[in-house]
Write a protein that binds this ligand. Sequence first.
Ligand code: EPZ
Length: 429
Amino acid sequence: MDRIAITGGARLNGSIPVSGAKNSAIKLMAASLLTDEPLRLTNMPRLADTRFLGKLLSRLGVEVTESDGPDGQQTLLHAAEITSGFAPYDLVRQMRASFNVLGPLVARSGQAKVSLPGGCTIGARPVDLHLQALEALGAKIDLHEGYVYAQAPRGLKGAEIVFPMVSVGATEHAMLAAVLADGVSVIQNAACEPELVDLQECLNAMGAKVEGAGTSTITITGVARLNGATHAVIPDRIEMGTYAVAAAMAGGEVRLTNARPGLIDNLLLKLEEAGAGVEHTNDGCIIRRNGARLNAVDIETAPFPGFATDLQAQFMALMTTANGESRIRETIFENRFMHAPELMRLGADISVSGGEARVRGVEQLEGAEVMATDLRASVSLVIAGLVARGETTVSRIYHLDRGFERLEEKLGACGAQVRRIKGDGEPEL
Ligand code: EPZ
């Protein structure tokens, strides 16, 4: 298996273009199941997760064609006919978001059999809210031997869906199913993440009638059929935030482009509070830090527009060398501190108790061998490696490849000493 080696100490100076958002792209790809006409997605990131979902969609009958042209990276998805409504365990287990094909399959062809995703390293992550939404829309749901059997032979019916807690995936799933339902659906206590707005825009370009995404109430007036469309994937706010933190950690000056200002305001305010320079630009921001050590600041993760849980690990890495003690509270997932012991291998001083970590900044981290445990945890180790003395080697970087496009190239272009060590094909224990 491949590893990434980082030699710490180089400042970052340059420009990093932000890719299309992974977490939006994979839901938009699932939307292709809703129409027999082609859906063209532009600004598509090329990641293990998008490739993986492409594979699953192909099995369901979608023709998936990737192209890289002068207009950038595109994926054309054409589900002229759904040839299978079956998503097996081995595929859903590897990428939980595959579960979101269930709603579009039932909406389009009246039935589906999709594996339950199972557990996850960052928390239990049940799918009860997804199923609650589909049942509200009139689908008959049965669970057998690890599979969800969903049926709606006469189509889904518009309904009010009141979520007891905010869930990004369940809101997206409800939206994907309700667009073809008969009548009006109202989703209450909806997630407000920018990826929901992106999904609404794409679905509306396909002829759907969705309003309110980005607020806690989304109204969907079902239509009989959807058409093809071309849609540009929203910039990846988590990738943008990750490089913003990397620049603040390593020092120097980095311009983030092809992004959308306003997507990570909460993080940028925290970076300023810690002492980094932040300048907003038309298509992103510039992050600066020259010399002075950052100050410790506290964060608490929350649904959008709060501090994103997907940036918590990166911020913890940043705080490992800040001046003072930082309190980091994780409120979205119950087990999202697995990067803490790995950061401690680099010399960080962290104690974790329940949903709170206390990080006491040290003067200097030391390079070591560390292991990635999930996507965002893995990039937090790379960020720490940027300032650790000597070499840091991160193993299990298949996690990283799921969500960061050309990471070594993007950081390398700004002067970071980051290289990929090709593995021997042997799985890591
Ligand atoms: C999405 O996951 C993202 N994944 C996650 O990013 C992100 O961390 C998360 O939203 C929160 O922003 C994708 O978009 C593919 P949730 P999702 O449903 O939709 C509980 C990354 O690194 N819950 O908003 O699965 C759940 O257990 C990933 O890119 C239920 O109890 O998150 C969690 O505690 C990691 N029942 C909370 O809600 C349900 O049916 C929020 O989860 C669904 C969720």
